[in-house]
Design a protein. Sequence first.
Length: 460
Amino acid sequence: MKERVLDGQMSRRTFLGVGATGLAATALYGLLPSRSRADSTPRARTTAPDGRPCAVVRTAEFFGDEEMILTFPHGWQVQTCYMDGHFAPPLTDDEIRAALRSTVQTGRIAELAQGKRSVVITFDDCARPTPTGRVVPFVIEELHAAGIGDDQIYFHGSFGTHAAMHQQDFTAKLGADIVAKYPVWNHDCFNGMTQVGTTSRGMPVKLSKRFVDADFKICISGVKPHGMAGYGGGAKAIVPGVASIETARYAHEELNSIERTAVAYVNNPVRLGMEEAARLANLDISVNIIMNGDRQVAGLFAGDVVGAHRAAVRVAHERYNTTLAQNADVVVSNAYPQSVEASKELKYCRMSLRDGGTAVLIQDTPAGQRKIHYLGWSGDLERRALRRRSRGLPVPQAAQVIVFNRWPCALDEMDYSPEVYHAKTWDEVVARLTRIHGEGTKVAVYPAAALAHEPMPLRM
């Protein structure tokens, strides 16, 4: 399916006509001009067909991953701040197979799973960008090589205290064929738990009994920057992934209070507690996925829950490194590929914007912003309204802040102060920009802000 739409606008009829499930399996092409998700040819377009300066971004992860060309007025200077691994080539089928067989500090799945009665494979939800469905068929190949039948395999959500997933979400994450063939279970952090032990720092490790009861356990995760665990992936699939609300709260509150944690600080008390829990859970294989700027599998490390994760982190830390722009007049931060938690990515505006400039946040996803987190930080309607009235512009040095989203939601907009302008088209964004910016305006664009991190040391 191809549709040419100018200036980053997709018709609502197109979206509704395809539907969320169809979008999960069908890339929405178009957007000045179209480029297939399967086309991995590196591109760093700086000029649109009509000669205007531009930047290329993607939006709507899991619901099209569509390419959008953002155009700016003639005479503006546009710098796209790519992370170092933005254009890393996606792994081929044979490269994924080879990575799964070249396990870190364990035997390969085809050997370890022999004679097992049941196998569970975990996956994160659509609030995380992991392209799990790209890897799953090759994990199943390994299980088949071990003599495991399809009737012995089931899937289990690993998303901690997030809201439950629906079938269209399972399909978006795993693929329609997997959902049709294998049982896919939600995670429920309130029910069906069993305690497998207590960590050295006193964390009770209560996990899903359905997960614990499997004879062979595989967790598939994405490795991306994380402020509490250093990086995602690895043992985070166990805690909070398949953990109870009590265990998740202990990790987030008690372990997180021991020492200040940060992105790229991996051997911190939270991560070490998660890894203790994974050992108590007898996790057999951890599969860790590194992504490029198009949310494709650009690296994969499987094996021991600590060893494979550390190997993945070393590569991810280099790939996600991003040189920051300085004193830009306009900063555009695209929250892809984790647009459901978009406001976090305003940090690039705070770091790169000059005083009196304009911050633009792209939170362009039909999924909207995540509404439920059972640890409570998502808040209720009244609390959001109070925050909206009181906290002012989320980028203190900005003269204006613009949020671009073609699927507006009043509740999502309550996460921002009334001074924030919400635009439904890129034309609206440009119109607001040109009110205070003219010839020679310097623009910095962060095209995959949710994966990127500024230069920093790796501590592990």
